[in-house]
Write a protein that binds this ligand. Structure first.
Ligand SMILES: [Zn+2]
Length: 84
């Protein structure tokens, strides 16, 4: 059985529940972590910092290693593909 699972175009988090989406809107392309209270996507630098902190905490790696991983990962996502 295949279930189409949408994921955040900015951080890659899977959007499963309504509250995972920006503003709780299931038509949104991003998750609530990546958007402000108006549903607007945060700047790349902020998303990057969030991801670095997440990698450091969840994988116990250094900030340098986490930065590299986060940068590579974010660049593969639709929101940042064209980001310099
Ligand atoms: Zn996100």
């Amino acid at each position: 059985m295949t279930k189409k699972c949408k994921s955040c175009g900015s951080c890659g988090m899977s959007l499963e529940k309504q509250e995972d989406f920006a503003l709780g809107d299931t038509a949104a392309d991003y998750c609530h972590y990546c958007t402000d209270s108006a549903g607007k996507l945060f700047p790349f630098e902020k998303i990057l910092k969030m991801n670095i902190a997440y990698y450091m905490e969840s994988q116990g790696i250094t900030e340098t290693a986490a930065s590299k991983m986060a940068l590579e990962y974010l660049r593969s996502l639709p929101a940042w593909r064209s980001h310099a």
